[in-house]
Design a protein around this ligand. Structure first.
Ligand code: CP
Length: 355
């Protein structure tokens, strides 16, 4: 299918990834050549949830391409506060902008937005589900620092349950050759069942473990994540789990000399400050590279044609079990099951209950 929206990293085919990466490299090498590349184009940034890197790297990216940006990071200042539906807000923004970047605490929100938008929707994080532009950032970092994305043992550590960057990164890396995963988390924060089903379907090599130290010496990449406090209903549970894994300089002594330590940021205690000066710490450079790959993405997506949205009809009577699914918040949305997996919600990948 033609590339129209970026909802999941799976929307980026391997040829498109190569195209975006090559463009990103050229933008970094010749930034002046792109300084008017999006002149006259307008980006809307709809942030229903806080952000530093994603919001401002998209804004900086658009400005560096000569385009303009409008949007909000505080939805209470919009007519959402008067009860306007999510669909109507998206419809309005799509009539003003050439592309829309959207972050929401609700899983499946970007897909829902794409049903009402004439212009490309870019998922900047939908609850604890997916974060595909963080994954473009991560892939760019690995490619630049390792030369190729292949033959890597990757440790994914922390909150694998709610960590949307983890889910998108797993989907992406499992398309590259000879990648194996260590999934390192407390049992209560292990990766969701639908992600495990995906790995099994691909015969992907992975091992689940609760012990970081025991696998650290084998890793080529260690991707640390924050325990996502905002997704917990029980504050005591968060307090118990938040510091289960802390990487520090002493522990790094057991790791490979060319290990890459990555983190989507923000970090709390899970990477001690004494790691920041270690040459293996890649996370601040990773965040900067995110701006350049987002420039490549915006260059591509803001030049795509405006296509009137045709909202879909229900293809299921099932109700999503996930209370954080956008369909539970916006009940007028069409009820959609995944084609080929009729028991699975198209918006958030969780199970559907039929009455
Ligand atoms: N990595 C990331 O999504 O950071 P922000 O939440 O600051 O955008």
């Amino acid at each position: 299918m033609a590339f129209r929206h970026l909802i999941s990293i799976e929307d980026v085919s391997m040829p498109l990834w190569e195209e975006l990466y090559a463009l990103c490299e050229d933008i970094m090498a010749r930034p002046k050549a792109y300084s008017l590349a999006c002149s006259g184009k307008v980006l809307a940034t709809l942030f229903f949830e806080p952000s530093t890197r994603t919001n401002f790297s998209f804004q900086a990216a658009m400005m560096r391409l000569g385009g303009s940006v409008f949007g909000f990071s505080e939805p209470s200042a919009t007519s959402t506060a008067k009860g306007e539906t999510f669909a109507d807000t998206v419809r309005m923004m799509s009539s003003y902008a050439d592309a829309i970047v959207i972050r929401s605490p609700y899983e499946g929100a970007a897909l829902a937005a794409s049903l009402y938008s004439e212009v490309p929707i870019i998922n900047a994080g939908d609850g604890g589900h997916l974060h595909p532009t963080q994954t473009l950032t991560d892939l760019t970092t690995i490619r630049r620092k390792r030369g190729a994305i292949e033959k890597l043992t990757v440790g994914l550590c922390g909150d694998l349950l709610y960590g949307r960057t983890i889910h998108s990164l797993v989907l992406a890396l499992s398309r590259f050759p000879e990648i194996s995963f260590y999934l390192i988390s407390p049992r209560e924060l292990s990766i969701p069942d639908y992600m495990l089903a995906h790995l099994k379907q691909l015969n992907q090599k992975y091992i689940e473990t609760t012990n970081l130290e025991s696998v650290l010496p084998q890793l080529d990449i260690l991707y640390m994540t924050r325990v996502q406090r905002e997704r917990f209903d029980d504050p005591a549970k968060y307090e118990r789990l938040k510091n289960v894994f802390i990487l520090n300089r002493r522990k790094l002594m057991a790791a490979k000399e060319d290990l890459l330590v990555m983190h989507p940021l923000p970090r709390l205690e899970e990477i001690a400050r004494d790691v920041d000066d270690d040459p293996r710490a890649a996370y601040f450079e990773q965040a900067r590279l995110g701006m350049f790959i987002r420039m490549a993405l915006l260059y591509k997506m803001t030049h795509m044609p405006r296509i009137p949205a045709e909202p879909l009809r229900d293809n299921t009577e099932g109700v999503c079990v996930n209370e954080r699914c956008i369909t539970r918040r916006e009940p007028y949305l069409p009820k959609l099951a995944k084609p080929g997996a009729l028991g699975q919600c198209e918006y958030c990948d969780k199970n559907l209950l039929t009455r």
